[in-house]
Design a protein around this ligand. Structure first.
Ligand SMILES: C[C@H](CCC(=O)NCCS(=O)(=O)O)[C@H]1CC[C@H]2[C@@H]3CC[C@@H]4C[C@H](O)CC[C@]4(C)[C@H]3C[C@H](O)[C@]12C
Length: 324
C-alpha cells in the first residue's frame, strides 16, 4: 500500500509513502533534457523537460515510482490490484505502457491542464518492460501547483478524476474513496457541541475529541481518510524547512510500522521511503524506514542539458546526532 499527497504553502510540494515488504534497490534519479526516452509504440522523445524522482534504472531506462519535472508537474504510481486493467493496442490512440506513463507525461507537459490533453489520446497498453518486470497494477496521482487529478485504467476504460482532496491511496477506486469521505463529515479539529442528547451532560475531557472516529488502521480506505483529514486541516509555516517538515508529518500520519501489516508471504509491509519534492525548486527530499534524517537531491545542481541519467543511492543508515 502507498499514500501520496500534495501540500501548498509558499512553494508547492508533492510526495508519497512507498509501502511494501521488499525493496527494489531504488535511487533518486535525474533524467536530463537530452536523455533519449525510448517508447514501445509512440515516437521516442529526444528533447524534453528534465525529471527528478525515485526510480530503478534497468537497461539505462528510469522506471519511475514517482517523479517531478522541471516545471513542477508531478506523478506517482500506487498499487491498484484487481482493478487496474491495461489494453491491447488501439489504432487511433497513443499506446503508452504503464511503465512509460510517467516519462510520457512528465517529459512533455508542464501542467495538469496539458496532461489532460495527452490523457484524452492515451491507451494504456499491456506491454511488459521485461519478463522479470511484468506490468504492475497501478493507478496514478498527477499534480501541479494548482490541482491534482487521478488516472485509473479499469475494465471500463480510462477514468480521469479531479482530486480536490489532494490524496491518493490504493483500492478501491477513487470515486469510492471520495464518496467514503461523506461518512466522516462530522470530524473536526475543534471540539464540537454535545449533539448526542440534551438529557446527558457529556464532557469535553480531552483535547482532540473533535477527531474521534478518524480511522487509524493501515487499510487503504482508512489511510485515505486519515491523510485527507490531516492534509486538509494542516497548518504550516511557509519557509522551506517548515513546509518540508509539515509534509513529512502528514505522511507519517499514515506510515506503516513494521509488524503491523502482514503480507500473504508472512513478511510485513512497511513504509520503505517517504518523499517530498519541492515542485518549484526541483529538490527531492526523502526519509527511509531505517534513516529518519531528511536527505535531499537538487536537480538544478546537475547538468540538466546532459544526456545521461544520474542516480543517487538511498542513504539508508540511521543518522543520530549524539550530543556528548
Ligand atoms: C509496488 C509499488 C506500489 C506499492 C504498493 O502499493 N504496494 C502494496 C503491496 S500489496 O498490493 O498491498 O501487497 C509500485 C509503485 C511503483 C511501481 C514500479 C513502477 C515502475 C516499474 C513499472 C514496471 O511495469 C514494473 C516494475 C516497476 C519498477 C514498478 C514496481 C512496483 O509495482 C512499484 C514499485
Amino acid at each position: 500500500m502507498c499514500t501520496s499527497i500534495t501540500l501548498y504553502t509558499k512553494d508547492h510540494y508533492f510526495g508519497r509513502n512507498l509501502d511494501l515488504d521488499v525493496t527494489y534497490g531504488e535511487s533518486v534519479t535525474i533524467t536530463p533534457r537530452n536523455f533519449l526516452f525510448k517508447f514501445q509504440k509512440v515516437p521516442d522523445i529526444q528533447n524534453h523537460y528534465s525529471l527528478i524522482g525515485m526510480a530503478i534504472v534497468v537497461d539505462n531506462y528510469p522506471l519511475y515510482f514517482d517523479a517531478t519535472n522541471e516545471k513542477g508537474l508531478s506523478m506517482a504510481g500506487l498499487n491498484f490490484p484487481e482493478n487496474a486493467c491495461f489494453f491491447l493496442e488501439k489504432a487511433d490512440k497513443d499506446n503508452v505502457s504503464p511503465y512509460e506513463f510517467i516519462p510520457w507525461i512528465l517529459s512533455q507537459c508542464k501542467s495538469v491542464k496539458e496532461a489532460k490533453g495527452l490523457l484524452a489520446k492515451i491507451n494504456l497498453v499491456n506491454i511488459n518492460f521485461s519478463d522479470e518486470l511484468p506490468l504492475s497494477p497501478l493507478h496514478w496521482m498527477i499534480s501541479d501547483q494548482l490541482q491534482s487529478i487521478v488516472v485509473e485504467s479499469t475494465k471500463n476504460g480510462l477514468n480521469v478524476y479531479d482530486n480536490p482532496a489532494g490524496v491518493l491511496a490504493n483500492n478501491p477506486a477513487f470515486d469510492f474513496q471520495m464518496f467514503n469521505l461523506n461518512n466522516y463529515r462530522r470530524l473536526s479539529p475543534k471540539v464540537s457541541e454535545n449533539t448526542f442528547s440534551k438529557s446527558l451532560d457529556l464532557n469535553v475531557y480531552s483535547r482532540g475529541m473533535g477527531g474521534i472516529g478518524l480511522p487509524g488502521d493501515l487499510s487503504s480506505t482508512s489511510r485515505f481518510v486519515k491523510a485527507a483529514f490531516t492534509r486538509l486541516n494542516s497548518v504550516s509555516g511557509t519557509s522551506e524547512p517548515e513546509s518540508v517538515g509539515q509534509f513529512f508529518h502528514i505522511l507519517k500520519s499514515v506510515e506503516q510500522q513494521k509488524g503491523l501489516c502482514e503480507a500473504e508471504n508472512g513478511e510485513y509491509e512497511y513504509t520503505i521511503y517517504s518523499s517530498c519534492c519541492n515542485m518549484d525548486k526541483g529538490i527531492y527530499y526523502y526519509t527511509t524506514y531505517e534513516n529518519s534524517q531528511i536527505t535531499a537531491v537538487d536537480m538544478h545542481k546537475e547538468d540538466l542539458d546532459g544526456t545521461v541519467l544520474t542516480a543517487y543511492p538511498l542513504v539508508n543508515e540511521q543518522q543520530i546526532r549524539f550530543m556528548n
